[in-house]
Design a protein around this ligand. Structure first.
Ligand SMILES: *[C@@H]1O[C@H](CO)[C@@H](O)[C@H](O)[C@H]1NC(C)=O
Ligand SMILES: *[C@@H]1O[C@H](CO)[C@@H](O)[C@H](O)[C@H]1NC(C)=O
Ligand SMILES: *[C@@H]1O[C@H](CO)[C@@H](O)[C@H](O)[C@H]1NC(C)=O
Ligand SMILES: *[C@@H]1O[C@H](CO)[C@@H](O)[C@H](O)[C@H]1NC(C)=O
Ligand SMILES: *[C@@H]1O[C@H](CO)[C@@H](O)[C@H](O)[C@H]1NC(C)=O
Ligand SMILES: *[C@@H]1O[C@H](CO)[C@@H](O)[C@H](O)[C@H]1NC(C)=O
Ligand SMILES: *[C@@H]1O[C@H](CO)[C@@H](O)[C@H](O)[C@H]1NC(C)=O
Ligand SMILES: *[C@@H]1O[C@H](CO)[C@@H](O)[C@H](O)[C@H]1NC(C)=O
Ligand SMILES: *[C@@H]1O[C@H](CO)[C@@H](O)[C@H](O)[C@H]1NC(C)=O
Ligand SMILES: *[C@@H]1O[C@H](CO)[C@@H](O)[C@H](O)[C@H]1NC(C)=O
Ligand SMILES: *[C@@H]1O[C@H](CO)[C@@H](O)[C@H](O)[C@H]1NC(C)=O
Ligand SMILES: *[C@@H]1O[C@H](CO)[C@@H](O)[C@H](O)[C@H]1NC(C)=O
Length: 666
């Protein structure tokens, strides 16, 4: 009879095993230090996180490094061993219906039309606020031999993993201890239903998800059919272009319902979304106030942008840090009634997914860190978009990648795991190839705007830049020879001026020279008053002339035959580059005043008087409008324009609605 034998053997073995375990348990409870060691090495086979409370009672605070948040977690889970299995099976069953959110961790879900998904953010998670910073530090430096840090990390994992072993007693105790925690609930739509080909639906808005929130135990499944006792009223929170956020002060479990509307005819598909709860700040973020970006200029196939300062330090290490890990990205889509991103413009995951999914798009966005466009050489992100179509409007978005370790950025604030999306902006490329954006010139390093060009150079910035740069360098070399003949570098008494030095003169001359030799260019169709038509007797690339010959003699005399209109200010442009008719934004007159003031009188600099001056220089007229060219001029995006600039320029494909001056570098 082998069977009963085996059975006896088994029961003996079992008895022996139980006895051994009890002995082991007794021994372990008497040697707390051994256990403490086990806690530091969570992989040890005899490590049982559920014994923690016992450990705490026995050691009575002897082990300072496992206090703090862990012990709070352990305390409330005091009877965990008894209920552990029951609880686990409960979680298993509930998972299908109510998902538990963990602090600062997103949950991704698919949702079908008409469906409502339920989530709970347990009261226990409200207390993870401070604990979270510690393990992330420990994770950052896993090699450092910081025993207490590691122990805390192990402890936190335990606190999170038995997050369900929460009982009423501990909860009410805590409620007394704590007045309530701020909770941020945020969500992003990553994918959404699409309309059929049917054009009539395109004007309709994309259907959005809805968030319902309740803290009442009476309504643990808030949704469109269960709006009683919710904090979000009967309508809930409608996602705004794929983004929803809700803040509350919670003292108990927070119940969340995400509801999808039924689809109207002509729409098909489902949604995919991310939901996150955090007690530290919004996990996902959308900033409606600002695009965090300035445009330097655009031409018929490219555009150049810079962000604001990423840091308020110009130290090499700081700049290198951004170079190594730059969380900023720009995404763009051709504007239209129905773009891949329409309806999800405020969602980080949607922008990223839709931009990366389109492998057929022709344009590329090169991202780099530059210190050039800042007064103090502070780092900024530069985006160079290339391969665009002419005379086309694009929607752009700056985003900051999320990271588990919150990133602090000046003028941005804290960016958490879900990243941040800034206000969308749009820009329109120029229609003609007569202007081309140049930047990063070797000598004229202050030039960063569209300059007169020709189709020949459209895809060869280097060739065009060299033409202009070499010419400027030649002029400058001759100038320094002249300057050398003036008593510049002598003692201050012998200097030509106490206030200005030769270094000032050189700097001001270079600024002026580069901006005069390399004019800022607009298409001929641009019609702002302050733009000077140039080359008007030359044909456009398509062979037509700006004017036919049926014009009056007066027109010829005051306009057509005058050099200010019939030529470029730099002969190189007409002779070599041959851009055809274009308009120039003249250099600001102060650039001329500056060299007259800074340079020795012997050099004989003088600025032209009226009327010559008007053909040569522009004036900084409106405080907010770029009316003349100066180094470091940038275009502010999304500016609500004044009456003047509206209307007339629609379809003119200049620089968007309004051009605003915001900064100067040097
Ligand atoms: C160890 O970690 C703790 C908590 O994270 C920290 O306060 C302490 O400064 C660390 N000690 C060392 C030597 O890194
Ligand atoms: C709920 O409705 C009330 C009154 O209609 C309003 O004051 C409150 O702001 C609403 N709350 C939310 C979260 O929409
Ligand atoms: C949450 O509590 C803070 C103070 O702790 C208070 O300023 C805020 O108004 C409260 N918010 C809500 C929605 O009750
Ligand atoms: C990809 O991008 C191009 C150019 O922006 C656009 O015309 C096209 O519709 C996009 N394709 C998809 C599938 O989104
Ligand atoms: C991309 O460029 C090619 C060739 O320049 C052109 O034929 C095609 O239409 C472009 N595609 C898009 C989506 O603009
Ligand atoms: C670096 O920044 C400081 C101010 O923070 C400024 O005084 C200094 O001139 C800057 N250095 C350069 C090279 O711009
Ligand atoms: C750009 O132009 C230069 C000078 O004309 C030429 O040597 C170079 O090959 C061109 N590069 C490209 C990519 O066409
Ligand atoms: C610089 O000076 C030399 C000699 O006087 C002259 O031949 C040359 O044309 C000058 N270059 C420019 C750009 O003025
Ligand atoms: C030729 O090009 C110019 C500038 O782009 C444009 O204004 C004009 O209408 C064009 N003419 C024809 C006949 O296409
Ligand atoms: C020339 O212009 C005048 C007035 O603009 C117009 O009356 C006349 O018909 C035009 N002549 C021709 C030949 O186009
Ligand atoms: C104006 O100039 C054009 C081009 O030089 C010429 O063809 C035309 O006859 C001139 N008109 C008058 C009235 O002089
Ligand atoms: C560009 O943005 C402005 C507002 O910033 C908006 O009024 C305009 O309609 C947009 N243009 C396009 C083509 O999307």
């Amino acid at each position: 009879m082998p069977r009963p034998k085996l059975f006896t053997l088994q029961s003996r073995l079992l008895a022996y095993f139980i006895a051994t375990c009890s002995c082991l348990a007794l021994w372990m409870s008497l040697t707390p230090h051994h256990l403490a060691y086990a806690a530091e090495v969570p992989t040890a086979p005899d490590y049982d996180p559920l014994n923690r409370p016992t450990l705490h009672e026995l050691t009575n605070g002897e082990l300072p490094h496992i206090e703090d948040a862990n012990l709070e977690g352990a305390e409330s889970g005091g009877y965990a061993p008894d209920f552990a299995y029951l609880d686990r099976s409960l979680i298993g069953r509930q998972a299908a219906e109510v998902d538990q959110l963990a602090n600062n961790e997103k949950m991704e879900k698919d949702i079908d039309p008409g469906q409502t998904l339920h989530f709970v953010f347990k009261e226990k998670q409200l207390r993870l606020r401070r604990a979270v910073a510690v393990p992330s530090e420990a994770l950052e430096a896993p090699g450092t031999d910081n025993a207490s840090g590691n122990a805390e990390y192990g402890g936190l994992v335990q606190a999170e993993s038995d997050g369900s072993t929460h009982d009423e007693e501990a909860g009410s105790e805590l409620r007394k201890r704590q007045e309530g925690s701020r909770v941020w609930l945020t969500a992003n739509t990553c994918r959404q239903p699409m309309p059929n080909e049917n054009l009539s639906t395109l004007s309709k808005n994309h259907p959005q998800l809805v968030m319902h929130v309740s803290t009442s135990p009476k309504n643990q499944k808030p949704g469109p059919d269960s709006t009683k006792d919710t904090l979000t009223n009967i309508t809930g929170i409608l996602f705004d272009s794929g983004y929803a956020s809700f803040e509350l002060n919670a003292t108990s479990d927070v119940y969340i319902g995400i509801a999808a509307p039924e689809l109207e005819e002509d729409w098909f598909g489902s949604w995919h979304f991310e939901l996150a709860a955090s007690v530290d700040g919004p996990y996902h973020n959308y900033n409606d106030s600002d695009p965090f970006l300035l445009m330097i200029d655009t031409d018929s196939e490219s555009a150049l942008f810079i962000t604001y300062n990423l840091s308020e330090s110009n130290k090499t290490e700081e700049v290198d840090k951004w170079r190594e890990q730059n969380p900023f990205n720009m995404y763009a889509f051709a504007a239209g009634d129905s773009t891949p991103i329409t309806g999800m413009e405020h969602s980080y995951c949607a922008l990223q997914e839709q931009f990366n999914a389109n492998t057929t798009k022709n344009f590329t966005i090169a991202t780099s860190i530059t210190t050039k466009f800042s007064v103090n050489d502070f780092p900024k992100t530069q985006f160079h978009v290339q391969g665009l179509d002419a005379a086309k409007t694009y929607n752009g978005f700056v985003v900051v990648q999320g990271s588990q370790e919150p990133v602090e950025i000046p003028r941005v604030g804290t960016v958490r795991g879900g990243g941040r999306v800034f206000q969308a902006f749009n820009w329109t490329t120029k229609a003609d190839d007569s202007c081309q954006v140049l930047f990063d010139l070797d000598f004229c390093d202050s030039v960063a705007y569209a300059v007169p060009s020709n189709k020949r150079y459209k895809f060869n910035d280097t060739a065009l830049a060299e033409l202009y740069d070499n010419q400027a360098r030649d002029y400058y070399n001759n100038f320094t020879k002249s300057l050398a003949q003036v008593a510049c570098d002598t003692t201050s008494q012998a200097q030509y001026s106490l206030a200005r030095t030769c270094a000032d003169c050189e700097k001001d001359y270079k600024n002026w020279l580069c901006l005069v030799l390399i004019p800022r260019c607009e298409n001929y169709a641009a019609d702002d008053d302050w733009l000077q038509p140039r080359n008007i007797n030359m044909p456009f690339p398509n062979g037509t002339l700006p004017f036919d010959n049926n014009v009056t003699a007066a027109f010829n005399e005051t306009y057509r035959n005058r050099f200010a209109y019939s030529q470029s200010r730099n002969p190189l442009i007409d002779d070599v580059i041959q851009p055809g008719p274009y308009k120039e934004m003249k250099p600001c007159e102060d650039l001329c005043f500056d060299i007259v003031r800074s340079c020795p009188a012997q050099l004989g600099f003088a600025c032209p008087n009226f009327p010559g001056k008007d053909g040569a220089y522009g004036r900084r007229e409106a405080p907010d409008t770029l009316t003349c060219s100066f180094p470091g001029a940038v275009v502010k995006l999304n500016v609500v324009s004044g009456a003047r600039a509206l209307g007339r320029r629609i379809g003119m494909v200049v620089l968007g609605a309004v051009v605003v001056v915001v900064g100067v570098w040097f």
